[in-house]
Design a protein around this ligand. Structure first.
Ligand code: PXG
Ligand code: PLP
Length: 426
């Protein structure tokens, strides 16, 4: 099983057999509230009618069309709809089947772009410590989560990393963006000075680091990365696999922070998690750099059997319609204050050493049990699950990201369940 304690699971399996709106049904007939939108992807909640119908209709009408040298209308419709809600300037889309594939696609676009422009010496990729960019080789190379990297050899060469922005000593219990650490963006200048700008293709960061436990950048940090990358002709890639499609109360984190990257990586919420799909957005400047040479030639040697798959595209269109009908891409902003207050009411509960929030994302960091890191948070996860609440843990951090349809009273319920779990673990 993926990223699972297999032996523990198989001794006592946790199985879902159905889901609707905010709740799962377990194999033994219990209701479990989804405090994590699945794996940060079911932003509109479960079994939404428009999406269910669109998938069924598309499967009957056009189940598959070859992705290479052929097209079909739904993929173009979806691409246009994504561009409509995307930050201005990102107006071309490449489809993939996951966040990991979106990351690989973005890194390859960046390298090939520079080469197409006659700057093939720009081969380096800069990621960040604690970054999560999926599990494929490019993504784990620029990523910074040690257990995801250390078993897998030499990875990509020519990669360097910015420091992460987590600073418990100065920023613990910040509400929203933490005050300290904007100067960490200047580390990029140091890296540029070390390698020379002419060797660097791109910088990739999650605007808010999700998987590692919700690390929120200090005000001005992303702006500074934008200024430094622009100054040196380096592409800036935002990995918005988690932050995209309304998680922060804006369509994308780029909107929240007012910083537009050159390339944006998305997946998850694009199809409400229902059908695997990702989308990489690029600027016209990047797109146009490839549109040279004889017209019978392929401009970019990349793509997947299932790029822009018709059923995934139909699910994507219906998902974006659902978000629009229900105002879900901005609902997080309306709930953000309630969410923040509820989360921070956990300050003072046993083991809690930090609480972080932004939009409809929250994290509760726990003091690890000496000699048994991750055990305390995992125990809290099991307790919450037994009580009927799905939460997520990474290390000793509890991460929460409910579907954007969550109500204020459900927020209260979820946070109380976390409180009870914290009080009951060792
Ligand atoms: N980039 C980012 C920023 C992500 O968060 C990926 C890429 C990879 O996406 P795929 O679709 O290949 O999984 C992700 C995925 C968790 C968790 O609970 C996070 C992810 C996936 C599963 C669990 O932290 N992030
Ligand atoms: N391996 C082989 C032998 C293939 O033929 C293909 C695709 O044609 C792939 C891998 C890649 O598969 P996908 O396009 O689904 O990523």
């Amino acid at each position: 099983m993926p990223f699972t304690a297999n032996r523990q699971f198989k001794k006592s399996p946790r199985m879902f057999v159905a889901a609707r709106d905010m709740h799962y049904t377990t194999a033994d007939g219990r209701q479990v509230m989804d405090g994590t939108a699945g794996l940060w992807c079911v932003n509109a909640g479960h079994a939404r009618p428009k999406i269910v119908e669109a998938i069924a209709r598309q499967a009957a009408e056009l189940d598959y069309a070859p992705a290479f040298q052929m097209g079909h209308p739904k993929a173009f419709e979806l691409a246009n709809r994504i561009v409509d809600i995307a930050p201005e300037g990102l107006d071309h889309v490449l489809f993939t089947n996951s966040g990991s594939e979106s990351v690989e696609t973005a890194l390859k676009v960046a390298l090939a772009y520079h080469r197409a422009k006659g700057e093939g010496s720009r081969f380096r990729l800069i990621g960040r410590e604690r970054g999560y960019h999926g599990v494929n080789f490019g993504g784990i190379s620029v990523g910074g989560i040690v257990p995801n990297r250390k078993m897998f050899g030499t990875l990509l060469t020519g990669v360097d990393h910015l420091p992460h922005t987590h600073d418990l000593a100065r920023n613990a219990f910040s509400r929203g963006e933490p005050q300290h650490g904007v100067e960490l963006a200047d580390e990029l200048e140091r890296i540029v000075a070390l390698h020379d700008a002419s060797t660097i293709a791109a910088v990739i960061v999650e605007p808010v680091a999700g998987s590692t436990g919700v690390l929120i950048p200090p005000p001005g940090y992303l702006q500074r990365l934008r200024e430094i990358t622009r100054k040196h002709g380096i592409l800036l890639i935002f990995d918005e696999v988690i932050t995209g499609y309304g998680r922060l109360g804006t369509p994308f984190a780029a909107d929240y922070f007012g910083v537009t990257p050159d390339i944006m990586v998305t997946a998850k919420g694009l199809t409400n998690g229902v059908i695997p799909m990702g989308a990489v957005l690029v600027s016209s400047e990047i797109h146009d750099a490839f549109m040279t040479g004889p017209e019978h030639l392929i401009e970019f040697f990349h793509g997947y059997t299932y790029s822009g798959n018709p059923i995934a595209s139909a699910a994507g269109v219906a998902t974006l319609e659902t978000y629009k009908d229900e105002g879900l891409l901005t609902r997080g902003a309306e709930l953000a204050r309630t969410w923040e207050d509820a989360l921070h009411s956990l300050k003072g509960e046993p083991h809690v050493i930090d609480i972080r929030n932004i939009g409809l994302v929250g994290a509760i960091e726990l003091e690890p049990i000496a000699g048994a890191p991750t055990k305390r948070a995992f125990s809290a996860f099991l307790k919450a699950y037994e009580a009927g609440y799905l939460i997520r843990t990474t290390g000793d951090i509890i991460a929460l990201s409910p579907p954007l349809i969550v109500t204020e009273s459900q927020i209260g319920e979820l946070i109380d369940a976390v409180r009870t779990a914290l009080r009951s673990v060792e």
